[in-house]
Design a binder for this molecule. Sequence first.
Ligand code: AMP
Ligand code: ZN
Length: 471
Amino acid sequence: MLSKYYLYNTLTKQIDEFISNEPGVVKMYTCGPTVYHFAHIGNLRSYIMEDILEKSLVYDGYRVDRVMNITDVGHLSSDADTGEDKMVKGAKREHKTVLEIAQYYTDAFFKDCEDLNIRKPDTVVPATSCIDEFIKVIESLLEKGYAYRSGENIYFDTSKVSDYYALTGHNSNDLRVGVRDDVDEDENKRNKADFVLWFTKSKFEDQQLKWDSPWGVGYPGWHIECSCISIKNLGERLDIHCGGVDNIFPHHTNEIAQSEAFLGHKWCNYWFHVQHLNDKEGKMSKSRGEFLTVSLLKSLNYDPMVYRMFCLQSHYRKPLEFSYAALDNVASAYERLKSRIAALKPDGEPDMEAAAPYRTEFAEVLCNDLNTSMALTKVYDIFKAPLDDATKLWLIKDFDTVLSLNLVSEKEESHTDTDDGLVAIIEAKISERAEAKKARDYAKADAIRDELKAMGIQLKDSKEGTTWEKI
Ligand code: AMP
Ligand code: ZN
């Protein structure tokens, strides 16, 4: 490993040294999207930071096995198990079937991820593909006395676990179960915090997707999905579980209770939670109607990389407020940074020995509870470093395997392998044009720009100078 990895752990409420169960390998689980609508840029903040976490672990030298679910059934509009299934609600809104909207919004989610350079986890599992697993685990929980049948649903009995509130840090019964709309008390529950593992009866009778089970035709609760998908694909001991802070209670709290009851031992060692992106009205949320998407930002001519950089500039454990003014500042900073990189003139091979300490420093800031803003600063530090341009460019490309900001675009990279003669001509024309501008001979400057354009070369002027790219 390049550096020891330290990470804030919601379970211990402190920054812990990260030690994986199996040396060199990280088993990482991410709660995936509920695919009843587009992801908003708040959801995507969580996925960007989880992506950086994964890539920084890889940079540090780990192999990361990562699994994500797709919630296409069971996530009710109230986490208290009383509201309508969000997928059914979405399908009604669009006059489509649940499976149609699940497919549509799953594709849209991964398109957003692609736009934002968020790597798709190796294993992505829709909840509806694992019904047999859910039933098997629920049967075992019933056998062991952790679950009970009441009012034709199967509930998890939270009174049977000693430290149910360990993750939240609260031990009061006052934590609101269900942070969303229409919260009613469910009279079938033995304890207020109990939650549904399997529904055969809910007040909403128009659930589209139902399956046979030993308890009658029904569908799974949301929480059981993540536990089962994680255990099935990553085994009995998980290293890191990720999500946004709203997942801490009740979702992740319930995941721990049922997983550990099923397994009979501790399940996951590190819990990683990303704070929310807010707008002026508060937390950005899908149920609030109008919300910001990547497509909207693109339609307003923002490069998705600008939003990614906006997220990386702040720490994942701090709430982040979105504004267009802030995004505009990042857009200019991003352009300036790209121009400075494009102005590097690599000549020859990078000096790997000289690069090594910079790699270690970069790893160290990321391994310090994922200090992404400091990692960005390390990119700027490279310009001042006593290194030749080939080594500088190589290091920036290397850092960008984690940052994933397209800092060295293919066009700029291709400068190095464009035939040297052509590069020399272009550079000479750019100098000639700069001289012409200095002498206020704008007609000549424009003529040179047009001449280069005819050669398939586009010039870009900025405060730092002129850069070029192939059209
Ligand atoms: P959902 O699609 O609602 O299941 O949420 C997907 C992910 O986005 C979960 O990890 C949530 O915790 C996270 N999330 C939801 N709202 C926000 C927000 N405003 N800012 C950051 N993450 C969020
Ligand atoms: Zn989950």
